[in-house]
Design a protein. Structure first.
Length: 115
């Protein structure tokens, strides 16, 4: 059996996913609100990373030498290009940069009836 035949046989049993239905206006609004709040949290954590690097390490080069965190990552965060970083990654970076920092996030679930 050739490699191409093996691949096609292996994939044949898997059904393709259907294209997702168009989201309703309510779903789009909820997603945009959620994305906005996550962006706010990321910017807050990124701001603290920049402050901690300045206060504790002086330069991104010193931070890289001590921790191995690439200085280009700090540079991207410093320039506000943190969209490629997840909130988890930013919180992890903050923990490495400033172990004394504590991050508290509040998550609240509100049903449609409570609005």
């Amino acid at each position: 059996m050739s490699k191409a035949q093996f691949s096609s046989n292996r994939l044949r049993g898997h059904a393709r996913r259907a294209a997702p239905n168009k989201a309703s206006a309510d779903e789009v609004e909820i997603f945009e609100q959620w994305a906005s709040r996550v962006d706010d949290a990321r910017s807050t954590v990124a701001e603290q990373i920049v402050t901690s690097v300045k206060e504790k390490w002086g330069t991104a080069v010193a931070l890289e030498a001590a921790t191995g965190i690439c200085r280009t990552e700090i540079s991207r965060i410093r320039r506000g290009k943190f969209d490629r970083f997840s909130l988890d990654r930013l919180v992890w970076l903050l923990g490495v940069v400033d172990p004394d920092a504590e991050v508290q996030l509040k998550v609240e679930v509100v049903t449609k009836n409570e609005k």
